[in-house]
Structures are given as C-alpha cells and as structure tokens.
Design a protein around this ligand. Structure first.
Ligand code: G3P
Length: 248
C-alpha cells in the first residue's frame, strides 16, 4: 500500500486571531495537491475558528497536546473527548519542546498517545535526538528508546504518524541533510518491522521535521522513507503551500 504524503503545520505558540485567519484564507485560496493529507496545529484557543474557516477537504486541524484523562480537576489541560466534541481528530504528542521544556518523559508521551488513539484521535508522535546525542553517536539508540516506550503501550498503530525531528534542526535553519534524514527514517522503519510487524513498517508514515522550507522540501521528499513533513516556522508563511505541493 502506498503511503499517502502527509504535511503537518505546527504553529507552536505563535499567531493571533487575525494572522491565523490570514493563514487559513491563504490555504483556502490555494490549489493544493489532492494527494497530500495536511493537518495544521494552531494554539488550542484557535482550533475552533480555524476548523470553522477551513474550506479545503484535504486539510484538517490538530491540537498540539492532549491529556490522558477524560475530564476532571486537571487545570490547563484539554481532553481527547473535548477535542472530538469540537471536531478535532488529530493531535501532536511528544514534541521535543514539550519533552525538554515541560519535562514530559517517554512514558508520559506513550501514555498520552495510547489514550488518544484508543479514544479515536490520531497522533503525530514526535521523536528525535539532541546535538550532544548525535555527536556522541547515540541518535539511533535515543530514538529506539523513545519507540520502545511507545511500543509498550500501543497495539494499534494505524492512528499514529511518526515525526522525526532532530532537536538541533528545529527552528535553527540547520536542516538535516537528505542522507541524515533518510538514514534515521530507514532505521525507524526497520525498527517497526523488527519490533512490531512488516505491515506496520510498510504503512506507517514517517515525517521529517526541522527547518523544512519551500527551498529544501522537494529534495527531502524524494527519499524513500520520508513520507512528509512536520513544519514549524514555514507553516506560518504563504510558502507553506509550496511545501504541501512539493510532490507536484
Ligand atoms: O514541529 C515542527 C518543528 O519543531 C520544526 O520547526 O521551525 O524548524 O520548522 P521548524
């Protein structure tokens, strides 16, 4: 089965009501590749207006985080059930900014991923190594550990898209080379084949994230194991359309 190309736009804690409306209008007016699945993740406050204004059938919205309890005394959190109630069927989980700044462990991320997929919300699950880890030759080990924590919790992988985001490439303008990205993507796929199943390895989309732009996306998209992108800064710009359309 061919894997459908996937482009995520992670707005992070950026934008205002009016700037985000402009981004949505730009997407609505664009001719988007119908073979690409696109998901944009504005700050939680803007999920509903974005969902209401989006006119493109191939573009959905995602939360940037979700909690693993249905409701209750969890100040500041949003539940999977509330996302679904608002027509939001995707969330990002395990972004390195949440892992490092908010100290989310591999286990916390795995538990939240389990809760989301079991309750019907698809997950863009992020992994990646720091610069020190890469320089110490530990990239594949770090990612295998992150995946192993996920595997303990997950039996159905069909609602998971994996995003490989080397931390040193995020927001730095320093994109991984196509070879560096392909090497890690191939190793993630090999891990899935060995540790989960051949089917899951074949079907799971593996995105690259970290300084993706309209300039480097075409080249990266040609690699065999790169099934799309998770875009930060460039998803806030009109050039995001060029990234979505990089296969045309
Ligand atoms: O989740 C996307 C991300 O972390 C990459 O950010 O700004 O380097 O594209 P950026």
């Amino acid at each position: 089965m061919a894997r459908k190309f996937f482009v995520g736009g992670n707005f992070k804690m950026n934008g205002t009501l009016s700037s985000i409306k402009e981004i949505v209008a730009n997407l609505n007016n664009a001719n988007l590749d119908p073979n690409v699945e696109t998901v944009i993740a504005p700050p939680a406050l803007y999920l509903l207006p974005v969902r209401e204004h989006l006119k493109q059938k191939t573009v959905e919205v995602a939360a940037q985080n979700v909690y693993d309890k249905p409701n209750g005394a969890f100040t500041g959190e949003i539940s999977v059930q509330q996302l679904k109630d608002s027509g939001v069927h995707w969330t990002i989980l395990g972004h390195s900014e949440r892992r490092t700044i908010l100290k989310e462990s591999d286990e916390t991320v795995a538990s939240k991923t389990k809760y989301a997929v079991e309750n019907g919300v698809s997950v863009i699950w992020c992994c990646g190594e720091s610069l020190e880890e890469r320089e110490a030759g530990k990239t594949l080990e770090v990612i295998a550990n992150q995946l192993a924590a996920l595997k303990k919790e997950i039996s159905d992988w069909s609602k998971i898209v994996i995003a490989y985001e080397p931390i040193w490439a995020i927001g730095t303008g320093k994109v991984a080379t196509t070879q560096q990205a392909q090497e890690v993507h191939a190793s993630i796929r090999a891990w899935l084949k060995k540790e989960v199943s051949e089917k899951v390895a074949e079907e799971t989309r593996i995105l690259y994230g970290g300084s993706v732009s309209e300039k480097n996306c075409k080249e990266l998209s040609k690699e065999a194991d790169i099934d799309g992108f998770l875009v930060g800064g460039a998803s806030l710009k009109p050039a995001f359309v060029e990234i979505i359309n990089c296969k045309l």
